[in-house]
Ligand binder design. Structure first.
Ligand SMILES: [Zn+2]
Length: 178
């Protein structure tokens, strides 16, 4: 599951550093307690705990607390919430695509003017209000060709769509994530 690019990027964001991913993998493999995870991953216990609570904050992990009848100590058994990971990726990807498409539409519909010194980029209407003069340095604004920017946004959309497609395909095929 962790090898999927979207899953990996979501989880890496949560655990802050790729070197902490083995903690998540241990959890996916069914290792339940912080101590067992620390032992298996050889990552310090305090870091394991920190990461577990980060996952918990995002809803990506939950725990059950139980009391040892002999020692009276509490044990926490942790569980990875796969469905929440799926939900997060779905909504993140949809939101990101929506944003990119909106950005693309705007770039395609708008004529831009820029300061040659790079101070500002204005649409035609706003540039008119400034008489095509940069409000910061007084230089005349130049037409901005956004062809490359549009191409870049289109490429980004393609990448997001293809990543999301392969993610849902793997989900539907129910390939074992682990
Ligand atoms: Zn300027």
């Amino acid at each position: 599951m962790i090898d999927d690019p979207l899953v990996k990027s979501l989880l890496t964001n949560v655990v802050e550093d790729e070197s902490n991913l083995p903690i998540v993998q241990a959890l996916i493999d069914g290792v339940e307690t912080d101590e067992a995870i620390a032992e298996k991953t050889e990552i310090k216990l305090n870091i394991v705990r920190k990461i577990l609570y980060k996952l918990y904050d995002m809803g990506l992990a939950t725990y059950k607390r139980s009391k040892d009848p002999e020692t009276q100590w509490f044990t926490y058994s942790w569980k990875f919430e796969e469905q929440e990971v799926i939900n997060h990726i779905k909504s993140d990807s949809e939101e990101y695509l929506k944003m990119l498409n909106k950005e693309l539409e705007k770039e395609e519909d708008t004529m831009y003017f820029v300061c040659p010194q790079g101070h500002i980029r204005l649409d035609f209407e706003t540039a008119t209000e400034y008489d095509f003069i940069c409000p910061e340095c007084g230089e005349e604004l130049e037409f901005f060709d956004n062809t490359n920017l549009i191409k870049q946004i289109k490429d980004d959309i393609k990448t997001v769509e293809s990543n999301y497609k392969s993610f849902t395909k793997r989900l539907m095929l129910k390939i074992t994530w682990n």
